[in-house]
Ligand binder design. Sequence first.
Ligand SMILES: CC(C)(COP(=O)(O)OP(=O)(O)OC[C@H]1O[C@@H](n2cnc3c(N)ncnc32)[C@H](O)[C@@H]1OP(=O)(O)O)[C@@H](O)C(=O)NCCC(=O)NCCS
Length: 160
Amino acid sequence: MIVLTPLDEAALTRLLEAAEAGADPLEVMPPVGGPPGWTPARRAAFLAFHRARCLDPATAVERTWVIDTDGTAVGAARLEPHGDAVEAGIWLARTARGRGIGKQVTALLLEEARASGAERFIASTTAGNHGARALLSGTGATLTAEGDEVAADLRLSRGE
Ligand SMILES: CC(C)(COP(=O)(O)OP(=O)(O)OC[C@H]1O[C@@H](n2cnc3c(N)ncnc32)[C@H](O)[C@@H]1OP(=O)(O)O)[C@@H](O)C(=O)NCCC(=O)NCCS
């Protein structure tokens, strides 16, 4: 069963373990210099990134959830308000990809977005990210490409 667990310090520890075990740092956070892989600097930056963006009320800009499948963390989902829109993001550990989890998580994020009162659900990805593009077009969103960037925009009508 797939559950979105709101991020807290305990969930953040589990999320870092999932990221280290199954994702590249560049898939899950902004670039940090140094040799490839999960260096101590990147582990620290991962924790600082989520504390600043979600856990610290003084700086928080988004809600983040750990994606749990049968109690195990396999990735993260987020919603960041931008005016009347919320921007969504998802990443999954490699072993969890291509099994329909992204689709279920997208449905859960859409429910959260509607419940938050947002009028639009937006997201961005890159042209080569076929999984993310399939997920976003599956919601009915309009996808617009500009160079390598693909922007998705879906008007939310509540109660649908
Ligand atoms: C992108 C991502 C969230 C997709 O989630 P997922 O669980 O792998 O996707 P699902 O299994 O739910 O598949 C959803 C749809 O995408 C398609 N799809 C999934 N991976 C695909 C791939 N690599 N190439 C083409 N289509 C793909 C599926 O066939 C399915 O299509 P359908 O609705 O027509 O059946 C996940 O692969 C991931 O975390 N990737 C790495 C991080 C990332 O790129 N995040 C997004 C950044 S914008």
